[in-house]
Write a protein that binds this ligand. Structure first.
Ligand code: FES
Length: 340
């Protein structure tokens, strides 16, 4: 540790600086999720205004930080190293929570991959034709089928922000749902798709340093995949467990991803429970009924949950009975409205 600090404005929170670390590294060490992408001074994603103090900007590209922006006090925090004892940067809201990105309308994307994951869930992988969508893991986008009577339907993003701006969506087919059926039946690889967003505040608290339990059912898995990917990518060290509930084993998607994460990150584990059939080696029964045995004390856990309203309500009652703190509880209870 050095005697230098970074002060966040307007919250006034101080973050200690380790000698040799960039501002971005210090913030991440302190649990603050400053948006970033290339971490090499090339994309501009980590740009903030420095209000007070001096820093060494290091070598960054002009297209990521123009001369005009430098004059206005902006810097790229992935490469900036504090020189003065105190560096005040404009970041976060009054309580030092991350700011949400303003949503944009009708952003053009191309479908580059379409994979039927389960009998009802189809995965779409999209690449942007314009600037990448800036979003927090756990947020969602809106899509409207070009059909008379169709209204915007909301779909959670299933991946953490990536450098190429690619997005993954898991679309559940809903009986009579104009948009979900249009996506399943008519939108193929190579087609254009226009999205609006990002929306939602199911983003968790990047400062939390607790074990994490994620509970998901159906396409509620999508935002939890996004949150988990982001946490593991930024080096979250506490145990993270994902518990997924499916009716049958064929409804379980993303197994490959979960196995990969558990092999790559010793702090990540996952379990599958089936509610509609029994299989050797797998849990059986709904998550609320299993929790007291699996996690008898949740008083020190952050808990994230997403699924149908019924699933979320039942899980909420169960985790509250096991002592979860309200400030560490995050739920996406309206997902049943967002899967049509
Ligand atoms: S993260 Fe790309 S410029 Fe800093």
């Amino acid at each position: 540790m050095s005697n230098k600090v970074i002060t966040l404005s307007p919250s006034g929170q101080n973050v200690p600086v380790v000698d040799g670390d960039t501002v971005l590294m210090s913030l991440e060490r302190g649990g603050y999720a400053l948006p970033n992408n290339c971490r090499a001074g090339a994309c501009g994603e980590c740009k903030v205004r420095v209000l007070e103090g001096q820093f060494d900007q290091g070598f960054v590209m002009d297209m990521a930080l123009s001369q005009e922006e430098r004059k206005q006090g902006f810097g790229l925090m992935c490469m900036a190293k504090p020189l003065s004892e105190r560096l005040v940067i404009e970041w976060g809201s009054a309580d030092a929570s991350p700011k949400l990105f303003p949503p944009r309308e009708a952003m053009p994307f191309v479908v580059v991959e379409k994979i039927q994951r389960t009998p009802r869930i189809c995965e779409f992988q999209l690449l942007p034709l314009g600037a990448p969508l800036r979003f927090w893991p756990g947020q969602y986008v809106a899509i409207t089928a070009p059909k008379p009577g169709a209204t915007p339907r909301h779909y959670s993003l299933a991946n953490a922000p990536r450098q190429d701006g690619s997005l993954t969506l898991h679309i559940s087919r809903v009986d009579g749902g104009l948009t979900s059926n249009w996506l399943h039946e008519e939108v193929g690889i190579g087609e254009g798709l226009s999205l609006s967003g990002p929306y939602g505040s199911f983003i968790g608290d990047p400062k939390a340093e607790t074990p994490v339990l994620c509970l998901a059912a159906g396409s509620g898995l999508a935002p939890l995949l996004s949150l988990t990917e982001a946490a593991l990518k930024r080096g979250y060290r506490k145990p993270v467990t994902l518990l997924f509930s499916a009716r049958r084993e064929e409804d379980f998607y993303a197994k490959g991803r979960l196995v990969y994460w558990s092999r790559m990150h010793r702090n990540f584990g996952w379990k599958l429970t089936l509610t509609g059939e029994e299989k050797p080696g797998l849990l059986h029964g709904r998550i609320p009924g299993l929790l007291p045995r699996l996690f008898p004390d949740l008083s020190a856990h952050s808990v994230f949950m997403a699924g149908s309203t019924e699933f979320t309500e039942d899980c909420l009652s169960a985790v509250r009975a096991l002592g979860v703190q309200e400030s560490l509880l995050h739920h996406e209870r309206f997902i049943s409205q967002r899967i049509t």
